[in-house]
Design a protein. Structure first.
Length: 561
């Protein structure tokens, strides 16, 4: 009874969720004599799982970092921190496996390893990642390191180094911000790889359909005679239909080289599956920006690998620097300041987040772009990507949902009855039959009726998307569309991998939870022009937040490789 009261106290006085206390109540129903230390540890484990951590380190410094943003009473925070940090020796052996590394499979629901507490599934993911990283890194040095004379003279020195390392290694990381030429460099890696044998199998993959299409289109600019290319989302390439497939040992991919873009977006489950499917003798090249937001789901494996590779020559790693596409040096300086947690330039650019000034400004931008008198889809699609409104939050007055509602309502009110509305949309569910992918943007063109229902379309209503070939369009009847949302404003999370001539970044209160990575991701979407709306206190708190995700990957790699 005392333990139950303590859990309820944490739920009421602590800055936690109801599911955290419900989870611990379930454990107490099974083990009523659970120690107070173990109660604290399991409570924080569930809270850490919700935030995407692979594990919960039960050491004081890590727990302090984890609890830094908790707004609960400080005496309560100190108490739970002390209890959890002293719980390692009192965790119940009935449900916690204390030597998981020696087990072929962990059957208990929790695992304790090297002072870190895991859910069973997360332990399985991490252990699988470590096993296959060791397998790939212990492979013999590649014999495909020959680079034909003069063939990469057009590349920068950092790009040349990336080509050389990728050809010499089984596994190579290439990281860098937007515009540093990651996919361009990858295309040159493939060109050199095909020099000795031109009919090799190459797989191009990315975590989202939009990113996969962009990777494929960047490669289509080059000629690769005879090579067999397969491209698609990771779900499609790996044949993942549910989360259960992530833990299965699938058939190795038929590939000589696998290139994966936007790796910072890949969660631990998908990463473990990807690594396990790389066949013996094949090369794996991982592209991404480790400074971007971590995956929504569990883990930040790419950031962990970059951290390890930065100080260990055993893993081939190149950081591309000189941005090729940024046209304003101020944007480069701003992104570097944000990564360093500095605020001087950001505060100078910051505009007050006030509805009475922001909404008229957004309405004006929208009216110029989506005129109901303009129905040239080529022009409209180009205009749609010329600027984008990005919000760090989904909910709230300045969140994505409300801003889309406000902008759509304003637009509809101005369109005469019987005229066509031009509405930017964002696909939220992949439909392979229609070749539409989650995250893909397009235009919904529908005639204004007396009553406009989102899901009820007229036979004349249609949507337009870019085709795979340059200047080609795809037209799809509106009633056939998979799930979508309005795209006047999109979340910073969903903007990853995209770039716009102009980005308008909105930073409402509550964005602090995402740390400086959300600001970095938002501002680096802009090629030429950037506007940021928010209040100074919120921005400064974001820059102070440490939002890296806990895992045992880096420590385990240092010990085993």
């Amino acid at each position: 009874m005392e333990r139950i009261k303590y859990v309820d106290q944490l739920a009421i006085k602590g800055d936690f969720e109801e599911i955290d206390s419900h989870f611990v109540h379930r454990i107490l129903a099974y083990i009523p004599e659970l120690s107070k230390e173990a109660v604290a540890a399991f409570f924080l484990l569930m809270a850490s799982y919700r935030q995407g951590h692979l594990c919960l380190p039960l050491e004081k410094s890590s727990l302090e970092t984890f609890l830094q943003s908790n707004s609960a009473d400080q005496d309560l925070i100190k108490e739970i921190l002390h209890l959890a940090s002293t719980s390692k020796t009192v965790l119940p052996s009935e449900i916690v496996e204390t030597s998981p590394e020696s087990q072929e499979f962990v059957f208990k629901p929790f695992a304790l390893f090297d002072g870190c507490l895991y859910f069973q599934r997360n332990w399985v993911y991490e252990d699988k990642i470590i096993f296959h990283l060791k397998r790939l890194l212990s492979a013999p040095k590649s014999e495909d390191s020959y680079i034909s004379e003069g063939s990469i003279d057009s590349l920068r020195e950092d790009q040349k180094l990336a080509v050389e390392k990728a050809l010499q290694s089984t596994l190579c990381l290439i990281t860098g911000g937007p515009g540093t030429g990651k996919t361009y460099t990858a295309a040159h890696i493939v060109k050199q790889f095909l020099q000795s044998k031109s009919d090799r199998a190459i797989i191009l993959a990315a975590p989202t359909g939009k990113a996969a299409m962009r990777l494929e289109s960047s490669f289509s600019l080059h000629e690769f005679p005879k090579a067999a290319f397969l491209s698609g989302t990771l779900h499609n390439v790996l044949q993942i239909k549910s989360w259960k497939d992530l833990s299965k040992d699938g058939v190795p991919l038929v590939a000589d080289m696998v290139i994966v873009d936007e790796c910072s977006m890949i969660d631990a489950g998908m990463f473990s599956c990807l690594l396990s499917r790389i066949p013996e003798g094949a090369k794996l090249i991982l592209l991404g920006d480790d400074s971007q937001l971590a995956p929504v789901e569990t883990g930040a494996v790419f950031a962990d690998l970059v951290q390890y590779a930065s100080s260990n020559s055993g893993l081939a790693f190149v950081k591309l620097i000189n941005p090729a596409r940024f046209e304003k040096q101020e944007l480069i300086h701003l992104s570097e300041e944000i990564k360093a947690g500095k605020s001087e330039l950001l505060v100078k650019l910051l505009k007050p987040l006030e509805e009475e000034t922001l909404l008229p400004f957004l309405y004006q931008k929208m009216e110029k772009t989506f005129s109901f008198e303009e129905l040239d889809p080529h022009h409209l699609l180009h205009a749609m990507d010329a600027y984008k409104v990005l919000s760090c939050m989904r909910k709230g007055p300045f969140g994505v949902d409300n801003l889309n509602y406000k902008m759509a309502s304003h637009y509809f009110s101005r369109v005469p009855l019987g005229q066509y509305c031009v509405i930017p949309i964002l696909i939220t569910r992949t439909d392979y039959e229609l070749d539409l992918f989650n995250g893909e943007t397009g235009l919904l063109i529908r005639k204004k009726q007396t009553v406009m229902h989102e899901g009820l379309f007229d036979s004349e209503d249609y949507a337009v998307f870019r085709g795979k070939e340059k200047d080609k369009l795809r037209t799809i009847q509106a009633s056939l569309l998979p799930s979508f949302e309005y795209g006047y404003c999109i979340s910073v999370h969903k903007s990853q991998g995209s770039e716009y001539e102009e980005a308008i970044v909105i930073v409402p209160k509550g964005s602090e939870a995402f740390g400086k990575e959300v600001l970095y991701t938002g501002v680096t979407r802009a090629r030429k022009k950037l506007e940021i709306y928010g209040d100074k206190e919120t921005v400064l708190e974001i820059l102070r937040r440490d939002t890296r995700k806990f895992s045992g990957i880096v420590k385990r790699l240092y010990r085993s490789i």
